[in-house]
Ligand binder design. Structure first.
Ligand code: KIV
Ligand code: ZN
Length: 398
């Protein structure tokens, strides 16, 4: 049966599979210990993600324990663990995941592109197919909740990909993931790939089609949106877009695109968006790796305005320069940053907030001083404003 849920208004609910704790932590400098993984998992629970991929149990004793701990502790989301397509990996994964009961998901994978089969696996396509079927059957002997990934799907020959998808569904996979492992595809191409599978795999409706996009060309979020438009029902992503190389599809960007452009994208997620900023900050504090200031949604400048024209617009009505509210992503308020591009409106407003109601003459003089200072500094802080007002008051007293 088809697995995609629809709201009354025909909005299709897209499942969010968060892989911050698996693919995310595979990025250099991002690895987390058990206690750190548990803290992130608790925040993912607050975010209300549908699936948490907690790790790769066979990778190390620590990762096994982390997946087990998350499976034992977290209630609500499903808990997934990754494993290659062999008995040892699959058995080990279930040993950790069984504590989540029917919420445990075995996620097994094998590469399907010619490049990977030839150089990495050194296996013929027929053997890869058999290995995948055997792996899915073994996983399905533990749980009906089995996800299979065709690694490097975006560079896989379409007829072979369709054959593989059909075979793993028949073997018991209930979610089939079509990853763009190396971030190679572009949106219309990826759309066509998902559409091809929808049109050419007879039993495709028996499984949820998942997508998993890497960001090597900066297209992971756009590709994920295109895939959803073609019928994908699950999107795999990470907080702050962390992950191998240039990272994975950023959870906060994907979710806020659906929320902000619901007018033309009839999809939604179950995410509590006011938990996005706390999630981003928690991850940053754990890994010590901050996001770039201009990062969409969670960057320090995402809701900051410096130029006079923009600040004036914001003071008149926030919708002039903000397409979503800071509160909707868990930020208290947007900020008007004072710098050399700022205008009199924002300057006056900030002074008033600091308790200084200057008359017109004094305001003009203070504004000139402010502009002179702003030319020398990247940002003018409240302390600078206080100093300007104090100097002006002294001048006036003379
Ligand atoms: O990028 C990828 O193909 C993966 C799979 C293991 C899902 O991370
Ligand atoms: Zn990946």
């Amino acid at each position: 049966m088809a697995k995609s849920a629809k709201n009354q208004d025909d909005t299709r609910i897209i499942r969010i599979f968060d892989t911050t704790l698996r693919d995310g932590e595979q990025a250099p400098g991002n690895s987390m210990n058990i206690e750190e993984k548990l803290r992130v998992a608790r925040q993912l629970q607050k975010l209300n993600v549908d699936v948490i991929e907690a790790g790769f149990p066979i990778a190390s004793e620590g990762d096994f324990e982390a997946v087990k701990k998350v499976a034992q502790t977290i209630k609500g989301p499903q808990i997934a663990g990754l494993c290659r397509s062999n008995d040892k990996d699959i058995d080990r994964a279930w040993e950790a995941l069984k504590y989540a009961g029917d919420k445990g998901r075995i996620h097994t994978f094998i590469a399907t592109s010619d490049i990977h089969m030839k150089y990495k696996l050194k296996m013929e396509p027929g053997r890869v197919l058999e290995t995948a079927i055997k792996a899915v059957k073994r996983a399905a002997s533990y749980t009906p909740n089995v996800e299979f990934s065709c690694e490097d799907a975006a560079r896989t020959r379409l007829p072979f990909l369709a054959e593989m998808v059909e075979a793993v569904i028949a073997a018991g996979a209930t979610t089939v993931n079509i990853p763009d492992t190396v971030g190679y595809t572009v949106p219309f191409e990826y759309f066509n790939m998902i559409k091809y599978l929808k049109d050419n795999v007879p039993n495709i409706e028996k499984a949820v089609i998942s997508v998993h996009c890497h960001n090597d060309l900066g297209l992971s979020v756009a590709n994920s949106i295109a895939a959803v438009q073609a019928g994908a029902g699950q999107v795999e992503c990470t907080i702050n877009g962390i992950g191998e190389r240039a990272g994975n599809c950023s959870l906060e960007e994907f979710v806020m695109i659906l929320r902000t452009r619901h007018d033309i994208l009839p999809y939604a997620t179950n995410i509590a968006t006011d938990q996005l900023t706390p999630a981003s900050r928690l991850l940053t504090s754990i890994t010590g790796i901050s996001v770039q200031p201009n990062k969409a949604i969670v960057g320090a400048n995402a809701f900051a305005h410096e130029s006079g024209i923009h600040q004036h617009g914001m003071l008149m009505d926030k919708s002039t320069y903000e397409i979503m509210t800071p509160e909707s992503v868990g930020l208290q308020a947007s900020s008007l940053v004072l710098g050399k591009h700022s205008g009199r409106h924002a300057f006056k407003k900030r002074l008033e907030e600091l308790g200084h109601d200057l008359d017109d003459d004094m305001l003009n003089r203070a504004f000139e001083r402010f502009k002179a200072l702003a030319d020398l500094k990247k940002e003018v802080f409240d302390e600078d404003l206080e100093a300007i007002v104090t100097d002006e008051s002294r001048e006036e007293d003379r």
